[in-house]
Each structure stands twice: as C-alpha cells, then as structure tokens.
Design a protein around this ligand. Structure first.
Ligand code: CTP
Length: 412
C-alpha cells in the first residue's frame, strides 16, 4: 500500500479522475485528492471525499495550522495529476504555487506523473510542448495524451487515457520509478501481436489456447506511454484498446501472419520494432467443416487431422526491413535435454530474432496471471533477469532492452 496524491485539473476529463481514484483505493492505496478550483466545478468535493475517505480542498488557506501543502507533498510516494490541463502544466513548469495542488507539487520529492488532457491545438501549441519538455527535463513523467474522441465532435491527440490504463502505469512507476516511462520511444513505430489464435473446426467451434493477451496489452500500453505509435494485432481478445492504440483484430494464425507482415512493412515506413507476444497455434484443423458438425450425423468426426501453421516470427525475421528489431516470446520448461535457458538460447538462435522474452513455466502456467517473471535474452548474449512483477513492469523491461538496440535514426 502506498500513499498517492491524485491531483485533478479543471478539464472535462476530471470526471474520469473519480474512476482513477477508485482504481487506486481498490488497489489498496491510501489516496489524498488535491483538485484545482476548476476541477471542483466539474466534480464535487463530496465525490472525492467519499471515494478517498479524506478531506478535500483546493485552497492553501484551508487547514492553515496543518500546513497541508507541505505535509501532503512530503508524505506522498507518488503524485499523479490527471487530467493535467494546459494551464496546470504551465503553472507547474514555471514553479507557481498559487493553489494547494501547485504548492504540493513544489514540496513533493517523490515521482510525479502528469496525464495531460486538452484539445489537440492546446496540446500541440509550442507553449505547451515547451512546458512538457521542462517538466520532463526535471524528472517528471508527462504521458502523451491518447488519440481519440475529444469533448466535442472532434477527435485527435488530447484525450485522457482510460483510468485502468493510468492506474496500471502508475503501478509501474511506484515499483520502478519514472525511468520505466521515459519518453524514449517517441517517433518510433512498434507493432505488437497479442492474445491467442483460434483455428476453426466448423462455423461455431475452434481450437484455441488460454492466452489472455494481458502481456501484449501491457506491452502496447507501456510503448504508447513511452511515446511510440503502436499497432496491436489482437488474436481472439476483445478488450478495449489500451491507451487508444490502433487494434487490428484477427482470428487465425494465417490472419495474424498477414496482419503482422503488412503492419511490420507499413504503408509509409516500416516498424522500428516488431514484438510477437501472441500464442500462435502451431497446428490447425486441415479441413474445417463449412457446416456445423452434428453428433449422430454421417459426418460425425472421430478425429481431427491437423496441418502445420506458418511460423510467423521466423517469417518476420527473414522479411524484416533494414534495422527493424524483432522480439519473440517463449514459454519453456527444463527437461533432460537442458534447462530453461539452454532451450531458450537454442530457440533464439533457431528463430533468428534479436531478443527473446522467456517465461519459465516449469512451476505452473502464466496464462491469465497478473504477474510474470521473465528472462530477456539478446542475440548479442546479454541476459536480463526480471523477477516476478506486474505485466506492465515486465513490458517496461522489454522496452528497456529494445530501445538501445534500435539502430535506425529516429525520424523527426
Ligand atoms: N510463433 C509464431 N508462429 C507460430 C508459432 C509461434 O510466430 N506458428 C511465435 C510466438 O509468437 C512466440 C514464439 O514464436 O514469439 C514462440 O516460439 P515457438 O517455437 O512457437 O514456441 P513453442 O511453441 O514453445 O515451440 P516449441 O514447441 O518448438 O518449443
């Protein structure tokens, strides 16, 4: 349990901060909400007080003997400002202390995460971009806004990411500090596969697997938070797009193959990194029935002949664009022929990818679990162990391994 300060700026997206507060308290955290006066015009103090169980004020003149701004700032282990409006970013960047939130930001020594939300023009304005650069230079995380529907009929970058995404990213910063969300994928294009393929037996049945897609979703969310333009090729998972990334839904291994090859090549420019986190079926029913298989019918099946699916990862490696980094995943167990690392090294060499993220599944399966422990193997021989941690934190470690190996200059 950590002490989190939730700063709320005066934008329409302030309504989502109540859900974020709820996500934090349900995660067992002790939350103090510090809204601006503008935020309290959108959401009443009573909502924040009831959900946080603590008093709420925006004014340094309340509770003077307690010197609230100093105590709240000093005690915080994480400050999350969501939504961070253009005005709030400007006041924070210039070191103003004209309300309880900005004063608290000056006394906090813990990690600070700003989650901007505003109209696209305000976000792209050089004044706002300069303020964002200043705050980042001083060590704060400033998340890029999600792309999507804004307050009116317009859409573009400026949307507050969904509270569940912000809460997941806040957990990574609590565990690993602000470095985990460095904006080092800005200007990069990454393509990630996630979930598990479904191979039809007939129009209503399929052969599938138990991949939940959570690790792939986390990879997409963290890459977007680090500034990347992300495409998520999602097999058999129908969850909301993380952080507003573009999701390409697919079903079978063949569909996944076509989508991954097209997205890796790109229309305008190839992806900088391609990550195969999906569990791809190695086999599919050779002749799926066009009509539903009925029990008792003459066509009642007694066995299912299988044919081999293409190895998408191997094909992505052979067809990759110059400088494109390819990352594979592998679930391994040790056996008589070698331990987990020996099998993983052999697979890395066989597949020819640059990085292999290895799950040791000897002690039980990881499908659907909240946490994961992995080893990241690099073709250059580097081995990075990531002890059991949340899947978003695992994702941050994977991107940490990817970023220094991206060789092509970043297009500006
Ligand atoms: N993969 C793929 N196409 C397949 C099968 C797997 O692209 N038809 C990718 C997965 O997305 C993952 C990696 O390859 O990134 C896993 O390698 P794979 O050889 O499938 O692992 P296992 O199924 O564990 O292989 P084996 O049974 O040979 O150990």
């Amino acid at each position: 349990m950590s002490r989190i300060v939730l700063g709320v700026g005066g934008g329409v997206a302030a309504y989502k901060s109540a859900l974020l507060l709820r996500a934090f308290t349900e995660g067992g955290h002790d939350v103090r909400v510090v809204p601006t006066a503008g935020a309290l015009r959108f959401v009443g103090a009573a909502t924040f007080e009831a959900l946080s169980g603590s008093p709420v004020t925006s004014d340094v003149w309340d509770d003077v003997p307690e010197v609230a701004h100093v105590r709240i700032g000093r005690e915080a282990e994480l400050v999350v400002v969501a939504p961070a409006t253009a005005d709030l970013l400007a006041r924070a960047a210039t070191g103003r202390a004209d309300d309880l939130l900005t004063a608290t930001l000056l006394t906090a020594t813990c990690p600070v995460v700003f989650v901007p939300a505003m109209h696209t023009e305000m976000w792209l304005h050089p004044a706002t971009q300069d303020n964002v650069a200043t705050l980042r230079r001083r060590g704060a995380v400033v998340l890029p806004p999600a792309v999507g529907r804004l307050t009116g009929p317009d859409s573009g970058p400026g949307r507050l990411p969904e509270p569940a995404d912000i809460a997941a990213l806040a957990r990574v910063v609590l565990a690993h500090g602000t470095r985990a969300l460095a904006p080092d994928l800005a200007g990069r294009r990454v393509v990630i596969s996630a979930g598990g393929t479904r191979e039809p037996l007939d129009p209503v049945r399929y052969l599938g697997n138990r991949s939940s897609g959570r690790q792939g979703w986390a990879l997409a969310r963290v890459a977007a938070a680090r500034g990347a333009d992300v495409v998520l090729v999602a097999a058999g998972v129908d969850a909301p797009a993380p952080f507003g990334v573009r999701v390409v839904p697919v079903g079978t291994a063949e569909e996944l193959r076509a989508a991954m090859l097209a997205e890796a090549a790109g229309d305008d420019r190839p992806a900088d990194a391609v990550v195969m986190a999906a569990a791809v079926a190695d086999f599919r029913p050779g002749t799926p029935s066009a009509t539903k298989l009925k029990k008792g019918s003459a066509a009642e099946p007694t066995s299912v002949p299988l044919v081999r699916n293409p190895d998408v990862l191997a094909e992505l490696v052979t067809k990759r664009a110059p400088g494109q980094l390819v990352v594979g995943f592998a679930a391994e167990t040790g056996d008589d022929e070698g331990d987990v690392l020996a099998h993983a090294r052999a697979k890395l060499a066989r597949k020819g990818c640059d990085l292999l993220v290895v799950n040791d599944v000897s002690a039980g399966q990881v499908f659907g679990a909240e946490e994961n422990a992995v080893v990241v193997l690099a073709a250059d021989g580097t081995v990075t162990e990531v002890p059991r941690t949340g899947k978003d934190a695992v994702a941050a470690h994977v991107w940490d391994a990817v970023v220094p190996r991206l060789s092509t200059p970043r297009p500006d």
